[in-house]
Write a protein that binds this ligand. Structure first.
Ligand code: HEM
Length: 421
């Protein structure tokens, strides 16, 4: 039995950098599964920590809207992209925006890009000669994993990747000292947004110079990328405006780049701590279930926010119309009423119904490509390194949204290559 930490502040990024959010969430699930978290003055939000309630908030778009913003960083002001960017648009318009993108992401996922993704992954992981060992920052090596995938999908040149990773981190982890500008979190957020929008504005302008029939032909032949899909798609009888195209490019970049990179470091840290790396690496049958467990374990997107559209009762708690509601995915994924031994990383876990990709109409549009990428990544990691051991203190992002390790010093030993007979 835990007691409710009366002074826990789920809006404080420090809790996630140096504290123990899992203990705070556990206590809240037990004592106050829907709890009011004051922020300042009358500003605050309902904190939802149990699996069942988190799933309800994400699925029930009739009671809970995404159109006033979905991240805590926007609490107290409405999201200007509402109705224009898929992630902050409610059904039914949302569904009409999502269908062509989702189709394109599924088509382009998996097999279509597996070769390219595998080659990109090989470049991220350092080669170690037989008999030697090597130390490096595993989290830094993973930082560009999302761009290995997203680069070809959005047609982004490889030289731009480091800059895009940096800008995405400014937008998703504006409180983190490593990414924050001297002007503070708000200035960091604004600058990140501005630069990313300017970047995509150039990209889209360039694309629009192409004759439309060329883009249509590429798409028909399966050669167009997601920018082409956005430029050509029609929603409610009209093409997206340039602003809507930009906004959705931004959302795709952010959706992928601040999540995918943080799954392998979280898994490797725990596998090293428990000495279970070699067990998982030795059993290829556990690749798929292990990736699902890594997703549950890492839950890189800690939360998503909604606003109650009307008075609604959640876990016996009456919420008022217009109240902000934060669904903590990281907490739902450790709920002991759904997962046996929730605080154990078990690559063989069965019936792993984690919510790392969310639930309901906004369920991650990139989930299938993220899964393929992670399977390729772990397969390559296991093929390359017989052992991996964390040798220093991990550094966690200071962020209410991003659950990520930004530095993870490791030592690796290569797998012995089989000698050709
Ligand atoms: C491990 C990797 C990933 C995780 C954990 C993740 C997580 C999520 C979650 C939880 C949502 C739901 C948001 C909500 O309910 O408001 C979401 C939505 C979304 N994700 Fe991902 N994501 C990942 C990778 C990707 C990738 C690779 C892409 C793009 C290629 C992507 C693009 C999107 C988009 C566009 C949405 C909005 C979908 C909609 O509103 O219908 N994500 N993601």
């Amino acid at each position: 039995m835990t007691t409710r930490p009366a002074d826990v502040n789920l809006a404080d990024p420090e809790l996630y950098a140096d504290g123990d959010p899992y203990a705070a969430w556990r206590a809240l699930r037990e004592h106050e599964p829907v709890a009011w978290q004051a922020v300042s003055g009358t500003l605050g939000f309902w904190s939802v920590t149990r699996y069942e309630d988190v799933e309800r908030v994400l699925e029930d778009h009739v009671s809970f809207t995404s159109e006033r913003g979905t991240l805590l960083s926007l609490l107290g002001r409405d999201d200007p992209a509402a109705g224009r960017q898929m992630a902050v648009t409610d059904p039914p318009r949302h569904d009409r925006m999502r269908a062509p993108l989702h189709r394109a992401l599924r088509l382009r996922s998996a097999e279509a890009h597996a070769g390219q993704i595998r080659a990109g992954i090989r470049e991220l992981l350092p080669d170690v000669p037989p008999g030697a060992e090597r130390t490096f920052d595993f989290a830094a090596a993973c930082a560009q994993l999302p761009l290995v995938v997203l680069g070809p999908l959005l047609g982004l040149p490889a030289r731009d990747r480091p800059r895009l990773v940096r800008l995405a981190m400014m937008c998703a982890a504006e409180d983190d000292p490593e990414h924050q500008l001297p002007g503070g979190p708000e200035a960091t957020l604004q600058r990140g947004h501005r630069e990313l929008f300017a970047y995509f504005a150039d990209l889209v302008r360039e694309r629009r110079r192409r004759p439309p029939e060329d883009a249509d032909r590429d798409l028909a032949e399966g050669a167009g990328d997601l920018v082409d899909v956005l430029l050509s798609m029609e929603v409610d009888g009209a093409r997206l405006t340039p602003g809507e195209v930009l906004s959705n490019c931004y959302s795709l970049l952010l959706g992928a780049s601040v999540t995918l990179a943080h799954v392998p470091p979280a898994a490797v840290l725990e596998l090293s701590r428990t000495g279970r790396y070699t067990d998982w690496a030795a059993d290829p049958d556990l690749l798929d279930s292990g990736v699902e467990e890594a997703l549950r374990w890492a839950s890189p997107a800690r939360h998503f926010m909604r606003y109650a559209r009307r008075p609604v009762v959640l876990a016996d708690m009456p919420l008022g119309a217009g109240d902000p509601v934060v669904a903590w995915l990281g907490s739902a994924n450790r709920d002991g009423t759904v997962f046996t031994r929730p605080d154990v990383f078990d690559p063989g876990r069965r019936r792993n119904r984690h919510l790392a990709f969310g639930a309901g109409p906004h369920y991650c549009a990139g989930a299938s490509i993220a899964r393929v990428t992670l399977r390729l990544f772990f397969a390559e990691l296991f093929a390359r390194y017989a052992e991996i051991e964390v040798t220093g203190t991990p550094r966690r992002a200071r962020s209410t949204f991003l659950s990520g390790i930004t530095h993870l010093p490791v030592r690796v030993r290569p797998r012995q290559k089989e000698v050709a007979r």
